[in-house]
Design a protein around this ligand. Structure first.
Ligand code: ZN
Length: 319
């Protein structure tokens, strides 16, 4: 809960009390209106579980040595730009994912978190091959980072044999932090091995393990993703709709895949993410991403939507 919400609550409460003492005749309609405002104000809003931000201020926040400013496409996607997309859709909290071109320099992500208390959680990057991986995790966790991204660059097959990777998974479980693999479908068996070895680690698989990036939703690959559901701590992000299947709004070709992972994992292990700024590059829009789950999927109950659009991410990244 952040200070501004508390302040708004106080103001709404004050207005309601004033109405109550103003006279009985005036009370009913005004009180109903005040309650409606209070209800809307108390709504915690949805959570977007996957977003990147960056700033054109590259003097203060330079890209890492393996990248150039030209890699920043679009050139700017600051927290204010992000929030201008989220607010109209009642998305009140957001999980920031460390952008790859900042490499291990988390200064911009951490500054955004500090500037908006209560709004952002974060997933950071650590060098999983470093003997100092545990110290790097401690450093970021102390500043509010709640998960660590594993980005497979074709090396996921080596992960189950890495001692430092084992340290990362064990420490994540012990400290209540999440491991968030950005993998391709062919990497799923390696994640399966790690989940078997470290069943207490909370895992959040990004973007359906990128099933559908080729344009085709492969049934065998979807089976491999759904087999991870036998590990109770594995979650899946239903995210990056702009990049999967037909890659075209309203993305309804993805509903069968969403329903399949829902049947396997249940709503309490699915979380929606936009993958901004990519989701807001023309012709894609933020509205069309959240609308697929919120408005288009009639097969989902209101409770299932609440888990996918808020409660699962709240449990993993904000509690
Ligand atoms: Zn992303």
């Amino acid at each position: 809960m952040n200070a501004s919400i508390n302040r708004r609550r106080l103001l709404v409460g004050g207005a309601a009390s004033a109405v109550a003492t103003a006279g009985l005749l005036a009370r009913p309609a005004a009180a109903i209106a005040a309650e409606a405002v209070a209800a809307a104000d108390d709504s915690p809003g949805w959570i977007d579980a996957h977003v990147h931000v960056w700033t054109p201020d590259t003097r203060r926040y330079p890209v890492g040595p393996n990248f150039t400013v030209a890699d920043m496409v679009p050139p700017s996607f600051t927290a204010d730009q992000l929030l201008s997309h989220c607010r109209p859709e009642n998305v009140g909290r957001i999980v920031l994912i460390q952008m790859n071109f900042y490499e291990l320099d988390h200064r911009y992500l951490l500054a955004v978190m500090r500037q908006h208390p209560g709004v952002f959680s974060a997933v950071g990057l650590v060098d999983h091959q470093s003997p100092a991986v545990a110290a790097a995790m401690n450093h970021l966790a102390a500043q509010g980072v709640r998960g660590f991204r594993l980005h497979s660059l074709g090396d996921a097959k080596d992960w189950p044999h890495s001692e430092t990777m084992a340290t990362l998974w064990k420490k994540a479980a012990a400290d209540g932090l999440a491991v968030c693999p950005l993998i391709n479908p062919e990497d799923l068996p390696h994640i399966d091995v790690l989940c078997k070895r470290f069943p207490d680690t909370t895992v959040v698989v990004d973007h359906f393990a990128r099933i559908g990036v080729s344009g085709r939703i492969d049934a065998e690959r979807l089976d491999a993703l759904c087999r991870l559901a036998r590990f109770p701590n594995v979650h899946v992000k239903t995210s990056a709709f702009y990049a999967l299947g037909a890659k075209a709004s309203p993305y309804t070709d993805l509903t069968a895949m969403i329903q399949r992972v829902l049947d396997a994992f249940g709503p309490q292990r699915l979380m929606w993410g936009s993958d901004c700024p990519y989701q807001v590059q023309d012709p894609h829009t933020y509205h069309d991403s959240i609308a697929l789950i919120r408005d288009s999927m009639d097969s989902l109950s209101a409770t299932e939507k609440q888990w996918i659009l808020r409660d699962t991410a709240e449990k993993v990244f904000f509690s």
